[in-house]
Structure formats: C-alpha cells, structure tokens
Design a protein around this ligand. Structure first.
Ligand code: PEP
Ligand code: MN
Length: 339
C-alpha cells in the first residue's frame, strides 16, 4: 500500500505511522517527496486494512500498489536509485557508466593488460568471468577461484570496481570476497535460490535478463533480491532469443525506456552478447545510450583473436577506446553526465 500524507504532516506523524506498520508485521517504507511525504507498507494488505490508516488525521489517501514487484516498482520509489560500486564509481541517477573487460579471465597477464586498456579508455569498472556457464561442456569453463584472485588483484592495482558472474549459491561467499559486485547471468536469471542468497548480501547485483524472459520476469527476479533486503540491483538487457539468426541474439532496446519507466533501478545494456558480432557492438552501444541506458557493459580483450571465450564479439582495445569516446558524446547529448 502507498500512504500519502497531508502536506501539513510532520516527520513525527510519519514516524508514528511507520511504527504502526512495523508493529503489524509489515515492511515500512519512507519516501519523502518534494511536496508530500509518501509512506509504503509491503505485506498482507488485510493486516494493513485493520490499521484503518485512511482515517488517520494526517493521511490524505491510501492506495494499493498494483504492481506485483512491490519494491522494484517506481510507484514506491519515484527517484532513480543510485548503486555505489566502490572506488567512487556509481551507476544510475543521471550519470553514464562504462564497464569493460574480457568475457573470461584467462591469466593475470591477460586480465591486467585488458584492464589497463579499459581504464586508459575511460572505462570505470571491470568485468571478467571466473565461473563461465558455457553452452557446451567442452568449452572453456573459467579459472574458478584462481580467476577470482586475479580479478581482485587487478581491480586493487587499478582502483577499479569489478563484476564477475556467480552461478551457484555455494559460490556466493567467495565471489563476495573477491569482487565489488555479482553478475547474475542470463542462464541464471530465474535461479530463485541464488537470487534469494544474493538478497541477503549487501553488494551490488548486476542482473542480466534471461534470453527467453519477459520484462516482467526480469523485474520479478529483481524483486527476489530486493525482498531479501539488498536494494542494489542493476538491470541489464543483453539480448533475447528470437527467430532471427543473422545475429547471436536480438538486443531488445524497447526494454530500456520500459524498464526505466516501471522501475527506479538503474538499467544498463550489454551490446556484446546482444548482437554477438564485433563490428556491430559499437552502433548498438550508441543506440543503448540514446534510448536512456545508465551504462553499458562491453567485452574487450587485449588480443581477441586468442580469446578463450566470446572472441568474435570482443572489441580490440582501440575499438573500446573509440566506443567510450562516442558513447560519452551521445550520453551528454541526452542529458547525462560522464564522470
Ligand atoms: C557474459 O557476460 O560473459 C555472459 C555469459 O553473459 P550472459 O549471461 O548474458 O550470456
Ligand atoms: Mn561473454
């Protein structure tokens, strides 16, 4: 439920109502606006009815939250949520953030050399997979713990935050200890046990849309994480499966304005997996910025021809640098700031 207070309501009135909500076993939310204070109560609406808040002298109106994803919806959080990644880098709230790095961490030399290029180009955060969920069991599966250690070492050396994929609940702790944020891959978007485990952590979660998931499925998956108490979710469009075979996936840019309207969470785009072909990654990154993305996550490799995974879609370092320059220009043209 959303509880809109009268304009003359004081902070004490809000506190008193929030205490009633909490005492009834519901989750209270405080959402001060520019004109009115708005409160939220998440939980069994019959219990809330028993509080008769609509007759409270300081309450103007009580409305149901119609959305099934009650914490993710913009209805209860009208302002953009900003996710802090560490090292002074954030995503959301009017800034534009570039995350770059290889698909997979292959060695200290490869990760370090690629990361140095990402930083020089103006990339603000690193990516790199240590646990790689590959379509074929015979493809490179990642370096596991050794990869996580390399990622941590490189991100410490360069003072850059890092994302890496977590594929199972048993790995949450070790990934937590080595990276600034978790990546949930497209294949895991509806691994609800994993989402619940990430809800209990307090590190950012970059949640990728499943290849056959609807926008609402993605928002419900995010709700799993928020309902555990972790509010720092970044939604990521990475392409969906369609009848098209000329590209690896179909990057659904429709999702960007729709997600931005429905949710206060930051939304980023992965054009690398979205189109899957190196020469088309930059145009799709530019398009993503133009339609409102808060950032892009792009695969780049010091030597893409030798990459053990996703080399075909990985940018050469010079291309990555060119992309950063151009996405920044578009970001500024659409009113974002580029730190
Ligand atoms: C990746 O980021 O390398 C990856 C495996 O992505 P996705 O889960 O979107 O396929
Ligand atoms: Mn990849």
């Amino acid at each position: 439920m959303i509880i809109i207070l009268k304009s003359e309501a004081a902070k004490e009135d809000a506190d008193e109502i929030l205490a009633q909500i909490e005492a009834a076993g519901l989750k209270p939310l405080y959402m001060p606006g520019s004109e009115r204070v708005v409160l939220g109560a998440i939980g069994d609406e019959r219990v809330l009815g028993q509080l008769h808040l609509d007759s409270h002298p300081m309450v103007e109106s009580v409305k149901a939250i119609l959305s099934p994803y009650k914490l993710v919806t913009r209805d209860v959080h009208p302002h953009d949520h900003v996710v802090e990644l560490g090292h002074g880098v954030s995503i959301g709230g009017g800034t534009f953030t570039v995350i770059g790095g290889p698909c997979a961490i292959e060695s200290l030399e490869q990760m370090r050399a690629t990361a140095v290029k990402v930083k020089e180009a103006g990339g603000l955060a690193l990516r790199g997979g240590a646990f790689k969920p590959r379509t074929s069991p015979y493809s490179f599966q990642g370096l596991g713990l050794e990869g996580l250690e390399i990622l941590k070492q490189v991100s410490d050396e360069l003072s850059m935050p890092s994302f890496t994929e977590v594929v199972e609940v048993a790995d949450v702790e070790v990934v937590h200890d080595h990276a600034s944020g978790f990546q949930v891959g497209a294949r895991s978007m509806q691994n609800f046990r994993l989402l619940k485990a990430l809800g209990e952590t307090r590190k950012p979660v970059l949640l990728k849309r499943g290849m056959a998931a609807k926008i609402d499925d993605l928002l419900n998956a995010a709700e799993y994480i928020l309902s555990g108490g972790n509010e720092d979710v970044i939604l990521c469009e990475r392409g969906i499966t369609t009848f098209e075979t000329a590209t690896r996936n179909t990057l659904d840019l429709n999702a960007i304005p729709v997600l931005k309207k429905k949710s206060h969470l930051p939304v980023i785009v992965d054009p690398s997996h979205g189109i899957g072909i190196r020469e088309f990654v930059i145009p799709m990154a530019l398009a993503a910025v133009a339609c409102g993305a808060d950032g892009v996550i792009v695969e780049t490799h010091i030597d893409p021809a030798k990459a053990l995974s996703d080399g075909k879609q990985s940018l050469y370092p010079e291309q990555f640098a060119d992309m950063v320059k151009r996405v920044r220009a578009v970001a500024e043209a659409v009113g974002k700031t580029c730190p």
